[in-house]
Design a protein around this ligand. Structure first.
Ligand SMILES: C[C@](O)(CO)[C@H](O)COP(=O)(O)OP(=O)(O)OC[C@H]1O[C@@H](n2ccc(N)nc2=O)[C@H](O)[C@@H]1O
Ligand SMILES: Nc1ncnc2c1ncn2[C@@H]1O[C@H](COP(=O)(O)OP(=O)(O)OP(=O)(O)O)[C@@H](O)[C@H]1O
Length: 277
């Protein structure tokens, strides 16, 4: 039955703990092999019944979308229910164009919220890929191995409980430019079988043997990423790396450990939460 009350859905940040670029398709999109997790840090979508389709944006990072033409949230709504109406509110907390899939997370949360509001089934992963390569993963919303250009989603062994600190030096990094600057497009994939990680230390040791192939080109676009990584690595974290095409970096900690990081510029964006199971 269609909902008559507002429906609220959390849009967690997507974090690529690994990101191997293994090839390129004739249409220019890159083949990926990525271990993706979601953080208890994110945006929020609230939908209310209405005849018209409208979007209002608030939240500390809302200004980052001012002057944007078509928001991904509206495109997601039109894809799910062409011609239908809803009042959508997006509370934006994730920095825009920061490698943690904010737009994809919002689109996926809008699809979930509107499917409840309009009593419609959720679309299949391939149907939402056109909204963004990260939207199928965000629609699933739990730790997974991402392949293809983002449409292949496979389960992963249970991850140890961890907290994650996200830090962005407040530089918007355009994803296409980072892919363009890649030196090699045929890098090795992750091992075919992912191990069963014994504990967080074993997981961190395994991560240290993997890569984010977009990190060197992202640092070429935004050298401050190297400063963020250096500050995080100097803390007592289990592991630190860069997510997606940057510039957001992450550090993993044992659960409920308050991250003690010195050397973070107070102007940088930061947020901490659990890695979602
Ligand atoms: C790099 C990742 O963050 C890893 O999770 C995502 O694949 C990017 O996801 P996204 O921002 O939702 O990507 P899209 O909006 O679909 O694509 C932005 C641009 O990134 C490049 N792109 C993206 C995904 C992919 N598999 N290959 C690419 O080459 C393309 O130039 C594309 O025009
Ligand atoms: N709701 C939205 N939130 C963020 N960006 C949006 C949204 N709608 C449209 N966009 C557009 O999408 C672009 C990419 O933003 P997004 O925050 O998703 O990038 P990202 O964090 O780098 O994502 P990814 O990790 O998937 O590459 C922005 O520059 C903006 O123009």
């Amino acid at each position: 039955m269609a909902a008559t009350e507002p429906v609220r859905v959390f849009a967690p940040a997507k974090v690529n703990l690994t990101l191997h670029v293994t090839g390129r398709r004739p249409d220019g999109y890159h083949l990926l092999d990525s271990l993706v997790v979601f953080a208890g840090v994110g945006d929020e979508i609230t939908v209310t019944p209405s005849d018209e389709l409208t979007l209002t944006i608030d939240g500390p990072e809302g200004a980052g979308l001012a002057g944007e033409g078509d928001n991904l949230v509206l495109r997601a709504a039109r894809l799910l229910g062409p011609g239908r109406g809803a009042e959508i509110r997006l509370t934006k907390r994730l920095p825009v164009a920061s490698g943690i899939g904010g737009g994809s997370a919002d689109a996926a949360a809008a699809l979930r919220a509107l499917a409840r509001l309009w009593d419609l089934p959720l679309p299949a992963p391939e149907a939402v890929l056109a909204l963004g390569a990260d939207v199928p993963a965000c629609l699933l919303g739990k730790a997974l191995r991402m392949g293809g250009i983002g449409e292949e989603l496979a389960p992963v062994p249970t991850l140890p409980a961890m907290d994650i600190l996200l830090v962005n030096p407040r530089i918007a990094v355009p994803t296409p430019e980072v892919f363009r600057r890649l030196e090699r497009r045929d890098n090795p994939a992750m091992p075919a079988e992912l191990p069963e990680w014994r504990d967080a230390a074993a997981f961190a040791a395994w991560l240290a043997e993997q890569r984010n192939d977009l990190q060197p080109p992202a640092i070429a676009v935004a050298p401050q990423i190297a400063d963020v990584l250096a500050a995080l690595r100097a803390s007592d974290c289990l592991f630190a790396g860069m997510s997606g095409s940057g510039a957001t970096c992450f550090a993993l900690y044992p659960p409920a450990a308050a991250a003690q990081v010195t050397g973070l510029d107070p102007a940088w964006w930061r947020a901490q939460g659990p890695v979602l199971p």
